[in-house]
Write a protein that binds this ligand. Structure first.
Ligand code: FAD
Ligand code: NAI
Length: 466
């Protein structure tokens, strides 16, 4: 038995590793248990970072092939070296995951490599390659993340039928990729392989893609992706998959029932959502309550068992790296007696396609359902000089503000660098900004941010450039 930890974090993803570092800054003696062999969790190893690198690399390839000529940049013999693209991705991933090991050393966090199991409050067993260790601690923070949700009848082999993990590591460009689930993973990975030459078909159960986003964004996104060569089967369910020598044969039918059809693919990506990962953690034995797989917590990230806390993908809320990180920080601040709070209305979410899609706060559909009166300010990137000068005029910024108080309730952007632009509005919302506050803030010219200012002006119908 090893005595004396203040905190043992189980899981070294963005939630867990950030919590461990913050706890150490607050003077706690901390260990972080991770079974993957590298730190950084889903995000750095098989999520945010490798997907964003492939989006970057495939964009460069696509631009060199199809975009440069218009700018007078002549390229000849542009070709794809997929091996090199994957090596480059792997290099970025290993650089960043090793960086976290360095941060742990610098912050005196003990990195324990192995699978953690909770034996009871204050006791964590770690199964190591050889043998085991028992860690004794005041607090335990569960940050074990999530895994891909399986689809009955569609057996993943990570070669022909893949999750995002396999889709980040295909050995050749499939002639046809079928994506099951038109959410964030399906669209981002679909865009990567479309740019590299695959035919991409999205099969979505509901009648729209990105179903939780503002309906106007979802419609615009689908139209844009169609222009990029995507095809869509909405309101459709997959009922079975057979792997053949050449690929996969899918059986599909309308979600509401109807004519059964076969769809052929070289590779199928299953991306119908993710579910919390708690296998082997010992929750049942210790009595930690869950709700549909998610660990139940109170507003201070405490489970029903004293001394056991949980954050990130394994608890309720959007499955996003920045949400996990912020929860990790606030949980350990609360643990150490400080005050801490997250405004869940101000968590931005971004889809890194081209154009990007970004949202914060409530959608128009949510405001209508809540019976709130709101005003809409909208500004197209076509009328933004920087977007036009940089070759990207598609999309818009939409700001939703309370009709009475003018407080910004939500913002939805589709267009160039939407993921960066949304930060300004999220910050404003954190401070309770009105649309007039944003409209009266001086924005540099020529920048994409001027589209945010103009959308804020448009809330009162006083935009200048459109
Ligand atoms: P995780 O990152 O899943 O980390 C949990 C860690 O716990 C894992 O490393 C696991 O090995 C470890 N673990 C589990 N059980 C045990 C145990 N018993 N003992 C020891 N270790 C254990 N989010 C964004 O915000 N932006 C993006 O661009 C983005 N892109 C994504 C792309 C893809 C393809 C995927 C799949 C996800 C993406 N996400 C993105 C989501 C993001 O990765 C997650 O929200 C985030 O990683 C959650 O962090 P976490 O710390 O809660 O869990
Ligand atoms: P998702 O929840 O974004 O999308 C899943 C889609 O599959 C939905 O449109 C849903 O209606 C559909 N679906 C569900 N069951 C289906 C079925 N049986 N047949 C057909 N369609 C079905 O989930 P996704 O894309 O798997 O991503 C998982 C999580 O990872 C997301 O919650 C997201 O937050 C996170 N992520 C975030 C990224 C980012 O921030 N840029 C990038 C990638 C993932």
């Amino acid at each position: 038995m090893e005595h004396g930890y203040d905190l043992v974090v189980i899981g070294g993803g963005p939630g867990g590793y950030v919590a461990a570092i913050r706890a150490s800054q607050l003077g706690m003696k901390v260990a972080c248990v991770e079974m993957r062999g590298t730190l950084g969790g889903t995000c750095l190893n098989v999520g945010c970072i490798p997907s964003k690198h492939l989006l970057h690399a495939s964009h460069a390839f696509h631009e060199a092939k199809h975009g440069f000529a218009k700018l007078g940049v002549v390229t000849k013999g542009v070709a794809l070296d997929l091996n090199q693209m994957m090596s480059s991705k792997n290099e970025v991933v290993s650089g960043l995951t090793q960086g976290i090991e360095f941060l742990f050393k610098k912050n005196k966090v003990d990195y324990v490599q192995g699978r953690g199991e909770i034996l009871g409050p204050g006791k964590v067993k770690v199964a190591l390659d050889k043998g085991e260790r028992i860690l004794d601690t005041k607090h335990i923070l569960i940050a074990t993340g999530s895994e891909s949700t399986p689809l009955p009848g569609v057996v993943v082999d990570e070669k022909k039928i893949v999750t995002s993990t396999g889709a980040l590591d295909l050995k050749k460009v499939p002639k046809k990729l079928v994506v099951i689930g038109g959410g964030v993973i399906g669209l981002e990975m679909g865009v990567v392989w479309r740019r590299l030459g695959a035919e991409v078909e999205v099969i979505e159960f509901l009648d729209k893609i990105l179903p939780t986003m503002d309906a106007e964004l979802s419609k615009t996104m689908q139209r844009t992706l169609k222009k990029q060569g995507f095809s869509f089967r909405l309101g459709t369910k997959v009922t079975g998959a057979k792997t053949t020598r050449s690929g996969v044969n899918l059986t599909v039918e309308p979600a509401k029932g109807g004519k059964v059809e076969q769809v052929e693919a070289d590779v199928v990506l299953v991306s119908i959502g993710r579910r919390p990962y708690t296998r082997g953690l010992g929750l049942e034995k210790v009595g930690v309550e869950t709700d549909r797989g998610k660990i139940k917590i109170n507003s201070h990230y405490q489970t029903n068992v004293a001394g056991i806390w949980a954050i990130g993908d394994v608890v309720d809320g959007p499955m996003l790296a920045h949400k996990a990180e912020d929860e990790g920080v606030v949980a350990v601040e609360l643990m150490s007696g400080q005050a801490g709070h997250i405004d869940y209305d101000c968590i931005p979410s971004v889809v890194y396609t081209d154009p990007e899609v970004a949202s914060v706060g409530r959608t128009e559909e949510e405001l209508k359902a809540q019976g709130l009166d709101y005003k809409v300010g909208k500004f197209p990137f076509q009328a933004n000089s920087r977007a036009r000068a940089s070759g990207g005029g598609d999309g818009f910024v939409k700001i939703l503000a309370d009709s009475d108080t003018d407080q910004v309730l939500g913002a939805h952007i589709i267009g160039p660098d939407a993921g960066t632009l949304i930060a300004e509005i999220a910050l404003g919302m954190e401070f309770g900004a009105s649309s007039e506050d944003i409209a009266r803030t001086c924005h540099a010219h020529p920048t994409l941010n001027e589209a945010v200012k103009e959308a804020a002006l448009a809330v009162e119908g006083r935009q200048i450039h459109a």
